[in-house]
Design a protein around this ligand. Structure first.
Ligand SMILES: NC(=O)c1ccc[n+]([C@@H]2O[C@H](COP(=O)([O-])OP(=O)(O)OC[C@H]3O[C@@H](n4cnc5c(N)ncnc54)[C@H](O)[C@@H]3O)[C@@H](O)[C@H]2O)c1
Length: 323
């Protein structure tokens, strides 16, 4: 698809995944509006859009008039969300206000102002809960382990309802843990790996909680490619897909890989999983994403070792902007 001149709205555009998407879309010549409320505790960072050449609108999807922002958009990449699991547990009303109620606002605005737009919604594997079987396909039962899982499932379902009732082309991508440049690394709110990267770059030991849990991390460039493919491949529209990443590895294996990459500069400490987090932990997860690969012609291209190296190289000269 030729992206040049196309009007695109990216909600959550100053966050981790949204900003990477903005850079890519602008690089392809699209006219991009990034909408972001810079929510406290999320991944928004003004540095994320440095050099992107997109229009940034600082506004909250719970309040702003969304119609002018949707006006004329051909594609909406919908990534704005309250993403913290502990945050959702502490304040489920704020969590549902963004992840469900504001989604309904956006749906209504888009129905008026951009009735033809394709919507790619950023969803999550979180609401499968603790997997009954691995790998997890889209038929796996839904059992959200926390309030954030409930609100993200509700948001996705409102979008899919919009497809079924009003015929809008909507694709929902249930992402696994993603990492790479522009990740929030000052703490572990976005993934454990963010904090590990920070601590390695600062020459400090990092903590591995548990260690046996399996994860199939996706490098951010592969996530961006998944969003673009979902938008442009009509056979994806109206469907919900898992998007996985590299072959599953345990946290301990990922920690060993990270320390091997940086040589003698890093080491880690094993810790018991903290009790408050263990209650909402999903254990091991990896996705069966064969449906998405078949429909979109997508597959991850960046292996874990390469992705960790690229992440370290990217953050090293920019660390100040991310702490
Ligand atoms: N990163 C991952 O590993 C991962 C995994 C599964 C799903 N997802 C989903 O992908 C999307 C993007 O996640 P991310 O990792 O980039 O998180 P992020 O926190 O970096 O990005 C989300 C952005 O949304 C913005 N936002 C939140 N509430 C808003 C509001 N009310 N109005 C306007 N903007 C608001 C935040 O400021 C932030 O910049 C989210 O929907 C998330 O649920 C991400």
């Amino acid at each position: 698809m030729d992206w040049s001149g196309r009007k695109i709205l990216v909600t959550g555009g100053a966050g981790f995944l949204g900003s990477n998407l903005c850079h890519r879309l602008a690089g392809l010549g699209a006219r991009v509006t990034a909408l972001d409320g810079f929510l406290f505790g999320g991944g928004a960072n003004p540095a994320n859009l440095d050099g992107a050449g997109v229009e940034l609108v600082r506004a909250d999807i719970r309040e702003v008039d969304l119609r002018p922002l949707c006006e004329g958009a051909e594609i909406v990449f919908n990534l704005a969300a309250q993403t913290s699991h502990m945050g959702g547990q502490k304040d489920p009303l704020a969590d549902i206000a963004v992840n469900a109620v504001a989604q309904v606002r956006l749906i209504a605005a888009a129905r008026e102002a951009a009735p033809e737009a394709v919507v790619v919604h950023a969803s999550t594997r979180q609401f499968y809960g603790r997997p009954h079987r691995l790998p997890v396909d889209e038929e796996h039962p839904i059992a959200p382990p926390d309030a954030n899982g409930v609100s993200k499932f509700a948001g996705e379902q409102y979008w899919m309802l919009e497809h079924r009732v009003h015929g809008r082309p909507v694709v929902s991508l249930r992402l696994t843990n993603c990492y790479g440049p522009r990740l929030r690394i000052r703490d572990a709110r976005q993934t454990f790996l963010g904090l590990w990267l920070r601590q390695v770059l600062e020459g400090k030991p990092f903590e591995v909680w548990g260690g046996a849990q399996l994860r199939d991390l996706t490098y951010v460039d592969d996530v961006t490619a998944a969003f673009l493919a979902a938008a442009t491949e009509p056979s994806c529209h109206g469907r919900v897909f898992n998007v996985g990443g590299t072959p599953p590895a345990s946290l301990r294996e990922i920690a060993d890989l990270l320390t091997a990459i940086v040589g003698g500069e890093a080491h880690y400490l094993m810790r018991e999983f903290p009790a408050d987090r263990a209650r909402i932990d999903i254990g091991s997860y990896h996705a069966d994403d064969t449906a998405f690969r078949a429909a979109a012609g997508w597959q991850p291209t960046v292996g874990l070792e390469d992705g960790i190296r690229r992440s370290l190289e990217w953050f090293r000269p920019r660390l100040g902007a991310y702490l």
